[in-house]
Design a protein around this ligand. Structure first.
Ligand code: NDP
Length: 299
């Protein structure tokens, strides 16, 4: 069904660049006043291809903004105790503003234990219980980069959220849950009425079809079909799945959770994959790191 022709792409490339330009110019001001650069530490354990790509991108983007970037690429055999000792070292290193440990970790390492070891004011991923708790209470803390990036994107396009029905498909601690908390929070950008769906939701389409803002974060490529979407909805596709493709140099292409080809004719606004939420996630991470830096230096 062809619904309309006013569909607009929510351009993560454009908006993430605007966010990064804003950080860069503010930072240049601080640097010209003799202040040091923000410093982000990223720790990668093992050889996971996607994780390597994400960490490389975080490093490249940090350096491009004028941040100092330290990346530790550790072997998969790194023990839990060794990793904890490294995290604690950076917790106590006054030159470090923000730190993240790239997920997933090898199976012998308790990921939650590592997350809780990062000192909350350097936890720029916003995964620590204290930061999650602050988000749940509506207090100021670090918010997980992907949901924060989605909010930045909606705000940049001035898409109203207040009073709208937002349906979030997915309830993970890093995406769906914080996303639903942000959208329902009592803030200038928030105040939506939120429905959270997950793998046990019965009759999922019943809910997705009611969404003014539909956020798909389930990790199932092409799952959200046109007949699951309300005409005129805002559709945010968080999903990123690598689909093997021998015809491509990389050996894969990226696909989102939304059947973009068909849903674009139903939605008023939609994010592409790639070029949507993924780029906003990086921008939000840099924004969190800059915030940690400013908090640290009392700016
Ligand atoms: P998880 O696997 O941790 O969570 C998936 C969620 O989706 C779960 O809550 C699960 O329900 C729910 N779910 C799974 N299948 C269904 C279904 N058939 N119907 C309804 N709900 C379902 O994934 P993440 O949250 O970590 O990531 C989701 C997607 O987002 C992935 O593709 C990931 O790669 C991508 N991602 C993208 C980022 C970006 O920068 N753009 C950053 C992070 C993730 P239940 O809780 O019941 O199991």
């Amino acid at each position: 069904m062809q619904y309309n022709f006013i569909m607009q792409i929510l351009d993560g490339k454009l908006i993430s660049q605007t966010v990064k330009d804003g950080i860069k110019s503010e930072l240049e001001n601080y640097l010209s006043n003799g202040l040091r650069r923000p410093h982000l530490v990223a720790i990668l354990v093992g050889e996971d291809g996607a994780s390597r790509t994400y960490v490389d991108s975080k490093e490249r983007n940090s350096l491009a903004l004028g941040f100092d970037s330290t990346v530790l690429r550790l072997p998969a055999s790194t023990s839990e105790d060794e990793l904890i000792a490294i995290v604690e070292k950076y917790n106590n290193d006054d030159s470090v503003d923000g730190m993240l440990v790239q997920s997933p970790l090898p199976k012998h390492i308790n990921e939650n234990l590592i997350t809780q070891t990062i000192i909350p004011h350097k936890d720029v991923d916003g995964f620590h219980d204290i930061n999650m708790g602050k988000l749940a209470k509506g207090d100021e803390g670090f918010v997980s980069a992907t949901p924060l990036g989605v909010m930045m994107l909606l705000e940049a396009y001035k898409i109203p959220t207040q009073g709208k029905h937002c349906v979030v498909v997915g309830r993970s601690n890093i995406v769906g849950r914080p996303m639903s908390l942000l959208m329902s929070s009592n803030r200038a950008y928030g105040n939506a009425t939120v429905t959270v769906c997950h793998s046990k939701t019965e009759n999922l389409e019943f809910y997705t079809k009611q969404a003014d803002i539909l956020i798909a974060a389930l990790g199932k490529p092409g799952f959200v079909k046109a007949d699951m979407v309300k005409p005129g909805a805002v559709v945010i596709d968080v999903g990123i799945t690598r689909i093997e493709d021998a015809n491509r140099k990389s050996g894969f292409y990226l696909r989102g959770d939304v059947d973009f080809e068909h849903v674009q004719h139903i939605a008023d606004y939609i994010t592409p994959v790639p070029g949507g939420v993924g780029l906003m996630t990086i921008a939000a991470l840099l924004s969190n790191t800059f915030k940690a830096y400013k908090n640290h230096l009392g700016l």
